[in-house]
Design a protein around this ligand. Structure first.
Ligand SMILES: NC(=O)c1ccc[n+]([C@@H]2O[C@H](COP(=O)([O-])OP(=O)(O)OC[C@H]3O[C@@H](n4cnc5c(N)ncnc54)[C@H](O)[C@@H]3O)[C@@H](O)[C@H]2O)c1
Ligand SMILES: O=c1ccn([C@@H]2O[C@H](COP(=O)(O)OP(=O)(O)O[C@H]3O[C@H](CO)[C@@H](O)[C@H](O)[C@H]3O)[C@@H](O)[C@H]2O)c(=O)[nH]1
Length: 443
């Protein structure tokens, strides 16, 4: 099948590469000429395990190509995916300008039947707006051409995006007719594995399902983060509690890790957008409002603990391990590390940081500044630093040489936002160790 994907970000590129891998001919369109040049040169503009080999293999087999030319893109794909960003606006609502711009582009250039498939995360009602924007462009041209709009939200996780796309738990397809559904079923047939993964539903339900999934996962995390704070007060260990409740199959083990808050380009933005949708329909979503507030507070926890320990941060340096919002990505969007670093700087302190892949992204975000140093190894971050904060649970941080770190730090203190170590082991190594929700065992 010929497929076009508008937007060559995490979702667009993974979608394109995986669809090409199973034999489709896929054309990626992006408005960013640098991104397209990078892709044409055989490189991925961001870090995502497994993507680069998929891109090069399928480009070499002439199943995958990249362009900035929207007209060529619209001409190519019988199915056209919209996978552009939907960032939050001031009021929390999703900014649909990029999605609707693509819809208008399709209306401007299409010359025959198209299935227009929204993969971006968009509020309920957006498919109707996409249809209207496209129809208006057709009307301007005096063209009467058939098309269908489909909602096909994406559930991949960064860091495991290729695997998630190739082996989906479900493929949500929201349509209002059999013709586009049949095309989507054919497109996704190779990803069905042992049973049909396609779940057909109406468009509105598909759009809401995406927000419901992210909101549920974010709720679990904020719930555990609040419980972790209580665990510290009452002398319980949140890790034991997590194992205890996770063993109940009605609860399950996933997404129950307490930490220094959830980040990334999705949970914070999508929880806000769903709360906003609630307001628009005079349906207050109290639980989600609390989920967001709890997360905002949790992202400040490491800073509060560090200042409680060090006092005035002027003249002090904090070593930070992990900058990306989670391991196996270079994405810094809404990363808890940003809240911590910016608070340290605002208080007059300095940061020495290491991340296995996100340092380039961090450099682009913050540039050169006298109170910030990026170093090339975890130990180097601890040199001349007062204390160590751990923000992202990269594998390389899991088994450090505590004796060496103790010699490097001015004060032997570790503030662990991801509960990487056994508190008793770290305390025995002579550290003040504060993790999340294990207060009773911290030094
Ligand atoms: N990142 C994730 O893990 C993830 C997972 C599921 C869903 N989503 C959703 O998917 C959407 C895309 O997310 P992302 O992280 O891939 O975004 P991204 O910011 O990485 O990429 C978006 C791309 O769209 C391009 N673009 C903007 N306007 C365009 C236009 N008119 N024509 C062509 N290209 C255009 C941008 O240049 C950019 O390269 C969002 O709605 C997001 O919420 C993201
Ligand atoms: O038990 C947990 C699990 C995750 N996190 C944090 O939650 C954030 C998000 O993590 P994750 O969900 O793994 O990454 P994303 O790539 O943001 O993926 C989420 O957002 C995507 C975009 O909508 C969806 O497609 C995915 O299904 C959904 O998991 C990160 O900061 C994690 O550190 C925790 O604090 N505790």
């Amino acid at each position: 099948m010929n497929v076009t994907v508008f937007g060559s970000g995490y979702v667009g590129l993974v979608t394109a590469a995986c669809l090409a891998e199973v034999g489709n001919h896929v054309l990626c369109v992006d408005v960013d000429p640098d991104k397209i040049a990078t892709l044409k040169a055989g490189h991925c503009p961001f870090y995502e395990p497994g993507i680069e080999s998929l891109l090069t293999r399928n480009a070499a087999a002439n199943r995958l190509d990249f362009t900035t030319d929207a007209a060529t893109g619209v001409a190519h794909g019988e199915i056209i995916f919209i996978a552009v960003g939907t960032p939050p606006q001031e009021d929390g609502s999703a900014d649909l300008q990029y999605v609707l711009a693509v819809a208008r582009t399709i209306g401007t250039h299409m010359s025959g039947y198209r299935v227009v498939c929204t993969k971006s995360t968009v509020p309920v009602g957006t498919s109707a707006k996409v249809r209207k924007a496209l129809q208006e462009k057709l009307a301007e041209r005096g063209a009467d051409l058939p098309f269908d709009v489909v909602s096909n939200p994406e559930f991949l996780k960064e860091g495991a995006a290729v695997e998630d796309f190739m082996r989906p738990d479900r493929i949500i397809v929201g349509t209002d007719g059999p013709r586009p559904l049949e095309r989507m079923r054919a497109l996704y047939a190779p990803f069905n594995r042992n049973h049909d993964r396609v779940m057909a539903m109406d468009v509105e339900s598909a759009e809401l399902t995406k927000y419901a999934a992210n909101a549920m996962l974010a709720t679990r995390i904020s719930f555990m983060n609040e419980l972790a704070l209580l665990a510290e007060k009452v002398g319980a260990d949140i890790e034991s509690v997590r194992r205890g409740i996770g063993s109940d199959p009605r609860i399950g083990f996933q997404f129950l890790y307490a930490g220094c808050g959830y980040g990334g380009s999705c949970f914070p933005k999508d929880v806000k957008a769903l709360v906003k949708t609630g307001h628009e329909h005079e349906q207050t979503l109290q639980v989600l409002t609390a989920v967001e507030a709890a997360n905002d507070r949790q992202k400040h926890l490491l800073f509060e603990r560090i200042t409680a320990y060090l006092g005035d941060l002027r003249g002090k340096t904090v070593a930070i391990w992990g900058l990306a919002f989670k391991p196996n990505t270079d994405d810094m969007r809404e990363a808890p590390s940003r809240v911590l670093m910016e608070a340290i700087w605002a208080a007059g302190g300095k940061v020495r940081a290491f991340d296995p892949v996100a340092m380039e992204t961090t450099r682009k975000l913050y540039g050169e500044r006298p109170d910030f140093q990026l170093v090339d190894a975890p130990e180097a971050a601890c040199e001349d630093a007062d204390v160590l904060a751990i923000v992202t649970e990269w594998a390389v941080f899991r088994s450090p040489d505590f004796a060496a770190i103790k010699k490097l730090l001015r004060q032997p203190a570790i503030f662990d936002g991801r509960n990487l170590y056994d508190p008793a082991v770290v305390a025995a190594a002579g550290f003040h160790y504060q993790s999340i929700g294990r207060g009773a065992k911290a030094a």
